[in-house]
Design a protein. Structure first.
Length: 213
């Protein structure tokens, strides 16, 4: 019947829209470090007031440092001419990581040197990306990874450790691989609507076959 078909079409359209909304509603967790104390030296494993689900550490020693100014802070990994890097641990399974970086000073890096972001899942490397340093000292470069699921990452400058170049990062954005609770509810509602619509569809071809003499 036309009314039944219209109702089914509307229900299926609602279910599709609900499913799309559920998938699109997962926003990344953004850490800007602006809520932290400027020129402080946080310990390894620290998290910001913006998110307790992301922790930051120095891979060698404990030389994290908040730099910048009152309106725009960033996290630095100080170096004693060693190969230290920034380690990030996520208390969830992540699908994408994006961050800004800078402080690539001329004389502390060479043409062809790169920033490297390596992703790990339970300690096993699952991927790596690199971006050439533009050597202008300004926080104007970006690096991201989304090729596999992961729960930790290391960011570092692939330069001669003896040059003493300090990694500086800001605007760390991490997207969870799992939908947020409200998104999961929306997706479940969509699935229920589809199931109800299919259950109410009239069956065809179930009558007794016509017999011919």
């Amino acid at each position: 019947m036309p009314n039944h078909r219209l109702r089914t079409t509307l229900l299926l359209s609602l279910a599709l829209a609900t499913a799309v909304a559920a998938q699109a509603s997962a926003a990344p967790i953004l850490v800007t470090f602006d809520s932290e104390v400027l020129f402080s030296n946080p310990p390894n494993g620290f998290s910001t007031a913006e998110s307790s689900e992301i922790t930051f550490s120095d891979t060698l020693g404990s030389e994290l440092f908040l730099v910048g100014d009152a309106g725009n802070k960033a996290l630095a990994v100080l170096t004693d001419n060693d190969d230290s890097a920034l380690f990030m641990q996520f208390n969830f399974l992540a699908s994408e990581l994006n961050l800004d970086f800078g402080n690539d000073k001329p004389g502390f890096a060479n043409v062809g040197d790169s920033a490297v972001l390596t992703a790990f899942l339970d300690g096993t490397q699952v991927g790596q990306v690199s971006v050439p340093l533009n050597l202008n000292t300004v926080m104007d470069q970006n690096i991201s990874f989304d090729a596999a699921l992961f729960n930790s990452a290391i960011f570092k400058y692939d330069v001669d450790p003896a040059l003493g170049l300090t990694e500086v990062v800001d605007n760390v954005a991490v997207t969870s691989a799992a939908p947020e609770p409200h998104a999961a509810v929306l997706f479940a509602v969509g699935a229920w609507v589809v199931g109800r619509a299919c259950a109410r569809r009239p069956r065809t071809g179930t009558g007794a076959p016509n017999e011919h003499a």
